[in-house]
Design a protein around this ligand. Structure first.
Ligand SMILES: Nc1ncnc2c1ncn2[C@@H]1O[C@H](COP(=O)(O)OP(=O)(O)OP(=O)(O)O)[C@@H](O)[C@H]1O
Length: 284
């Protein structure tokens, strides 16, 4: 669905943010794009959706360059930016003006999502609270039924019950035909939602792996006193010493995404180096 090939991009030509970056994203998945503040997540999503243009390389959506912004691509793509702009229109007026750009837009789905999010559909959008505006735009985006939905920090500004609803609604919106991409630096917000984790670190995609596979290759555990063996990463917590260790038996453990993110974004290379090894070498 999305193919990024040898992407080079920077806001100034002298200082590239990405050089020769590659990434492939497929339909039927919910991807979590993780990275520290300033890692370039928003910039990558803007390249992916044709809002900024590569200096070299390409970003293709279904084989078409995103930068060309072809109507056939745009009508099948919904991008929710981190900073929202909502007009002084009621939700109904906004839908009447905008839904026509999306051939598979579902008014029923929008009503259902707004009901679940408890957002009134008669209110003037710019008079809603920030969290309500965000929930309206998430609901609208999913109701477009575009194949590609890209959301930049969608959970910013949502309260805890709304984050729970967000996960439920996103999970219900995934189909075999759709590719959903969510960027965040708040890793916990994606817990039990995404199926594939993509980590952007030091200008590179250092991880693009299904959670199922990670669970078979790594064990996330609390270390016992005097426990022997190879530890790829460990940190203290109130629950004891939390660690990532190799999983030679392939017995799945629950992926602790926060621990994984800390291990990678904290600069430790052990987990990345371990994951780069072919699977057969790890089981010897
Ligand atoms: N319009 C712009 N002009 C110049 N530099 C920019 C612009 N937008 C972003 N940058 C710079 O590009 C880098 C990456 O920014 P970006 O917003 O893509 O990161 P991010 O991973 O989304 O961060 P956050 O998690 O804080 O939202 C930062 O150093 C930022 O200062």
């Amino acid at each position: 669905m999305v193919r990024i090939h040898k992407l080079t991009f920077g806001y100034s030509r002298q200082v590239p943010l990405f050089e020769n970056l590659g990434l492939t994203l497929e339909r039927g998945h919910i991807y979590g794009l993780l990275g520290k503040n300033g890692a370039g997540k928003s910039t990558l999503l803007k390249n992916m959706t044709g809002l900024v243009f590569p200096q070299a390389g390409s970003c293709l959506i279904n084989g078409q360059p995103a930068a060309q912004r072809l109507p056939s691509v745009l009508e099948d793509l919904y991008f929710l930016p981190e900073e929202l702009y909502v007009p002084a229109l009621t939700a109904r007026q906004f839908v009447a003006n905008t839904a026509g750009f999306y051939p598979r837009f579902s008014h029923q789905q929008l009503a259902d999502y707004l009901g679940e999010f408890e957002v009134p559909d008669h209110a003037v959008l710019d008079k809603l609270s920030f969290g309500q505006q965000k929930k309206f735009m998430i609901a609208f985006g999913l109701a477009t039924n575009t194949s590609l939905v890209v959301m930049d920090e969608p959970t910013n500004g949502l309260d805890i019950p709304s984050k729970v609803q967000f996960r439920k609604i996103m999970a219900s919106a995934l189909t075999e035909e759709r590719c959903l991409i969510i960027s965040t630096h708040q890793v916990r917000d994606l817990d039990s939602l995404i199926d594939t984790v993509v980590v952007l670190h030091n200008r590179e995609i250092v991880l693009n792996e299904a959670l199922d596979q990670l669970a078979e290759r790594l064990t996330f555990t609390t270390l016992r006193e005097g426990q022997e063996g190879e530890v790829l990463y460990a940190e203290e917590s109130v629950r004891g010493r939390q660690a990532i260790v190799p999983n030679p038996d392939g017995r799945p453990s629950r992926v602790d995404m926060e621990l994984l993110f800390n291990a990678i974004a904290g600069g430790g290379q052990s987990v990345i180096n371990y994951l780069k090894q072919p699977v057969y070498e790890q089981s010897i």
